[in-house]
Design a binder for this molecule. Sequence first.
Ligand code: NAD
Ligand code: IPM
Ligand code: MN
Length: 346
Amino acid sequence: MTKKIVLLAGDGVGPEVAGAAHRVLMAIAAKQGLSLTVDEKLFGGAAIDATGAPYPEETAQACGSADAVFLGAVGGPKWDDGGPRPEQGLLDLRQHLGVFANLRPITMMPGMEARSPLKDDVVRNVDILIVRELNGGIYYGDRVEGEENASDLCAYSRGEVERVARIAFEAAKGRRGRLASVDKANVLATSRLWRKAVTALGKAEFGDIALDHVLVDAMAMKLITTPSSFDVILTENMFGDILSDEASVLTGSIGLAPSASLGDGPGLYEPIHGSAPDIAGQAKANPVGAILSAAMMLRYSLDAPEGADAIELAVQGALQSGCGTPDIGGTLTTDEMTEEIISRFS
Ligand code: NAD
Ligand code: IPM
Ligand code: MN
């Protein structure tokens, strides 16, 4: 049956990397006989300019009835000075789709260590899966914004913690059996609930998984000193946002990092980086994070794991043979890197 993808290109480098992922998807579909339709919709700053809203009703309807949604990136200085924000559209989209578990794999490909800003020995064998809670916490609590005072409420229920923790434990089961849960339980009430809920779930259902609790400040340090000691890292929404940008550069660039956001409905797939206004329109954006997000989409939402394998193999081949965009020390443009990857499909 034909699978329906909604593509939200967004702003800045969003359309550049989403276009790359689109081309890769079409190429793999042709190669493997997959039946896909890709329907482009307005989103983010581009949607604000056209309709006044970052997540227009027509876009929301299409996303709600898709098999999967693919997003480039949103935001930029144009929409930073009052008025509706593109980023609010992204929060609304994630809430609308109910994608509470955001998977952000950070994997060092053998032979690529020299592209990391850290020493080869430190980053060798890094293979981390960050599971970030995506539908709760400070991103979604009551916000008060005045001229003299402002507040953002961070709230979690036990159920919200358990459902994402279950995904992380299950992932650890299929990997190296280790889970590090990150919180700030020495200060925050939400973190103490988080720790209790994760501990109880581990005891009740995942006795074979080695569970550790790590305070978020220490985790920020350990990700740099001993990144290869981690398997699955589970954390709440904002800590996960920050730690995943930090972890992404272990492999050389944030432009390499993909993500999948999963819930009960359509999955959402996006590179973890933003709209990169500093390089937008210059053909410098690394398309790999977006292309690997498309691979995750084939695997988790479109029932096409062979397509995902083929894309991941082609990306690995291209990177290991020295091809890359400027952020990883290469000389290729976004389009040239994309074509290099497509040319490797066997
Ligand atoms: P950013 O991720 O856009 O850029 C940070 C740095 O990484 C920049 O130097 C940029 O050039 C570089 N970079 C990012 N993606 C790259 C790629 N594919 N290839 C090469 N280099 C890349 O973060 P920022 O500058 O803090 O934010 C810019 C805008 O993006 C803001 O409006 C922010 O809200 C938005 N944002 C959106 C998303 C999203 O749509 N998912 C994610 C993060 C930030
Ligand atoms: C990300 C981004 C978003 C987030 C912003 C743009 C809302 O930084 O996807 O990591 O904080 O979740
Ligand atoms: Mn982020």
